[in-house]
Ligand binder design. Structure first.
Ligand SMILES: Nc1ncnc2c1ncn2[C@@H]1O[C@H](COP(=O)(O)OP(=O)(O)O)[C@@H](O)[C@H]1O
Ligand SMILES: [Mg+2]
Length: 253
């Protein structure tokens, strides 16, 4: 099998003549944490939407484990093990933390969640749900209503519900967005931890996070890949530094 779990070939998305993603060749190595960075409007989220099939590409190909998945539907992509966090795994605010993870587990089993299911069936899922909560350091919040959780913890829960679906590859769109320093640190450590045995592709603006945990980085600018490589290399690339001038305080700031 190829070292690349995910590849795109000349992936392109046009919106009424405007090219949001232009001939993107992405190669994500199995087991890596791969970052997609770039100024606002560069096409990062559109890329994610193409990969998870929320959008249909105008042209180009997407390969997952060497298989052409360009024409697949979102549910098929998820079943293959490509799970996007913070969207597919959105949590229900008025259920407890444990109940939310249990729903993720039921999804994986293919038994669409029935709130009226027998108590015993649900009990069987509790053991595994508690394990997942322990993995993201939320065991003590099991019976807390999700709406009452602090923001950073909610994001950890979203990671747990994603893990419940046993992803081979996780896509995270700005996982630390809007977080204070402490939560950023906690969620970064968590991503590092859950990356073991899987592949992660993440959009991330915080360069401390990117330099701290990402193996490789692709830089997008105006829909096209400007640079690709490890952080040390990409952050010294003059074109990348220029692309970041004016929009952010520079790569590595
Ligand atoms: N549904 C859409 N229709 C028209 N233009 C869009 C649509 N979605 C995104 N765009 C445009 O595509 C470009 C890339 O957007 P996006 O992928 O959200 O960028 P990023 O996530 O890198 O900030 C932007 O100029 C945006 O306005
Ligand atoms: Mg975006």
């Amino acid at each position: 099998m190829s070292d690349f779990i995910l590849e795109t070939k000349s992936l392109t998305k046009e919106f009424k003549g405007f090219t949001a993603v232009a001939n993107v060749d992405l190669q994500v190595q199995r087991g890596h944490i791969h970052a997609l960075i770039g100024p606002n409007g560069a096409g990062k989220t559109t890329c994610f939407n193409l990969l998870t099939k929320f959008l249909v590409p105008t042209s180009g190909q997407i390969l997952f484990n060497g298989k052409d998945i360009t024409s697949f539907k979102p549910a098929q992509i998820a079943r293959m093990g490509v799970i996007r966090s913070f969207q597919i795994s959105a949590v229900f605010p008025h259920l407890t933390v444990l109940e939310n993870v249990r729903i993720g587990l039921q999804r994986k089993l293919g038994t669409t969640f029935h709130f009226w299911r027998s108590g015993r069936t649900l009990e069987q899922l509790n053991g595994r749900a508690m394990e997942l909560l322990a993995e993201v350091d939320l065991a003590s919040f099991a019976d807390t209503l999700t709406v009452d959780m602090p923001y950073g913890r909610k994001r950890a829960l979203e990671i747990a519900t994603t893990l419940a679906m046993e992803p081979e590859m996780m896509l995270l769109d700005e996982p630390t967005q809007g977080m204070g320093h402490e939560d950023v640190h906690r969620v970064t450590e968590l991503i590092k931890k859950v990356s073991s045995g899987r592949t992660i592709l993440m959009v991330e603006h915080n360069m401390n996070v990117v330099s701290g945990i990402c193996d490789r980085i692709s830089v997008l600018q105006r829909g096209a890949v400007l640079a690709e490589g490890p952080y040390e290399e990409v952050s010294k690339n003059p074109q990348v530094m220029e692309a970041y001038m004016g929009t952010e305080a520079g790569v590595g700031a």
